[in-house]
Design a binder for this molecule. Structure first.
Ligand code: GAR
Length: 198
């Protein structure tokens, strides 16, 4: 791909630390990376990742779900408008800790990715590292999948595997998986874009 090739505008949705967001931002600094990280949206006003994104010169928005009370779809309509206003073509969930309704998952079907810290379909939901250790799993890892209405259920795009050691704690295992997450997410996003544009 030449330097003048159009980069696909991507938004990253976060709720917290944003280390996967950072991995995407850093990957997109490469001249031949096929995506531009154009917008970061958080549902949590003081998510540390927002400051990281701002420092990288990326437009940020907080769309606080609490303002919308129980109306999940109204919250998602606000997100959807912001994504469209910014000309976003692909959305990456990166530690975005809200369940989505079919409103948003249908609107972005095939164009919304999530990273999950387990080898799906093993351990959907929360506390995946604790649960992998409790289940005496010998392998664990992370999954990038397309987002559908079912939680952690959409088609798998890629996985990375790590060994689980007998002396692993949830923290040590999480750290080993997170390193893989930071490699896998930028790589899988680039592969998806290249596949769709070739
Ligand atoms: C990551 O481990 C991600 O896989 C996980 O939250 C962490 C966010 O870290 N996501 C989920 O559990 C989604 N259900 P980060 O904010 O540093 O990227």
């Amino acid at each position: 791909m030449s330097h003048s090739a159009k980069r696909v505008p991507v938004a990253v949705l976060i709720s917290g630390r944003g280390s996967n967001m950072t991995a995407l931002i850093e990957a997109a600094h490469a001249p031949d990376y096929p995506a531009e990280i154009r917008l970061v949206i958080s549902n949590i006003p003081d998510a540390p990742g927002l400051e990281t994104a701002r420092a990288a010169g990326i437009q940020t928005l907080t769309i606080d779900h609490r303002i919308f009370g129980k109306d999940r779809e109204a919250h998602e309509r606000a997100i959807d408008s912001a994504l469209r206003d910014a000309g976003i073509e692909i959305v990456c969930l990166a530690g975005y800790m809200r369940l989505l309704t079919p409103f948003l998952t249908d609107a972005w079907s095939g164009r919304m990715l999530n990273i999950h810290p387990s080898l799906l379909p093993e351990f959907p939901g929360l506390h995946t590292h604790e649960r992998a250790i409790a289940a005496k799993a010998s392998k664990h890892g992370c999954t990038i999948h397309l987002v559908t209405a079912g939680m952690d259920e959409g088609p798998v795009l890629a996985q990375a595997t790590v060994d689980v050691f007998p002396d692993d704690t949830p923290e040590s295992l999480a750290g080993r998986v997170l390193k893989e997450e930071h490699q896998l997410y930028p790589k899988t996003l680039a592969e998806l874009i290249r596949k769709n544009t070739n």
